[in-house]
Design a protein around this ligand. Sequence first.
Ligand code: KG4
Length: 351
Amino acid sequence: MILLGIETSCDETAAAVLVDGAVRSNIIYSQIAKHAPYGGVVPEIASRDHVKKLPGIIKEALHNAHCPYDKLGGIAVTYGPGLASSLLIGYSAARALSQRLDIPLTGVHHHEGHIYSVFLSENQPVLDGAFPMMVLLVSGGDTKLVYMKAPGHYEIVGQTIDDAAGEALDKGALLLGLGYPGGPVIQRTAEGGNPHAVRFPRGLDNVGGEWKYDFDRKLCFSFSGLKTALLYHVQKNPEIIRDESAKRDLIASYQEAVADALAVRVERALEKYDCASFACAGGVSLNKVLREKLGTLSRKCRIPLKLSSPRLCTDNAAMIAGAAYIKWSAGNPFVTPEDVNPNLRLENWSG
Ligand code: KG4
């Protein structure tokens, strides 16, 4: 089965070709430079840029995979969640191509793409022995713990009650004047800094108070207090911004707080649920400190950790085609969505 994947849910225009689930090409065009002056993604700019770039990106993906259009067996496209106007560009292109080539089209949930990216490589994906699996999903807009008893079975067991981890990094970086996106720039600037110089809150540490959510409080995240703590710290110590070494320590401490808050909840989840493996997926899973912490946890608990290769961590289309292939291999037929759905929820597979 040769699949073309298309992803345009936010600010990456991406296309990829997979042969029997093995990645043959994975082209990603990032719009970061276009959005950076505004400190975040501007939907109108994003969709206009997708329109311009997507045809060329699809051609490049097919060319790099040595795959002519008539060899394609199907198309997989992200149809949610994401920015409506951006999703529409990829969805419309995928739909038109599938009709023109008379091949099936299937819609993929963006987070399913991130989750199954941990199984993708230049070889066919192997899922045996990985389930039950706990997944920490950390993208720009989401922070969730998803317990998967089997492929296609999703139980959300914890989530952020305010900001996502990626958002905390992006907003923290903006506050410190480091630019956008925050994750990579924070990781770079924190290099060599003392991560214990400033003790930042880890979110929901203090028990007590009202708890109105259905989730176990110990498995939930909160990052809005962390951002406020950073603001207060800088307001109280304005000289820190001009002192390179103190600033590096501050940033390293902020990054440490984000990574630690995530790793602690993963450890609690592994204690509570029976897991054959655990995984971390989404843009923030690129973070070196987080990867190290999860690696240490894996050795401590003796539970294997699955991480995507760096090019598959941030938004890409290989993960979209990969998720479609894995779902199809498990007996779920391709389903063409009628429209995009910016608020699409993760649903269990029926096949
Ligand atoms: O998954 P993703 O590419 O896009 C969404 O689907 O949201 O994630 C983007 C997020 C941004 O918040 C960005 O700051 C973060 O991933 N990120 C990182 C790193 N690279 C990207 N966070 C921490 N460390 C990194 N190296």
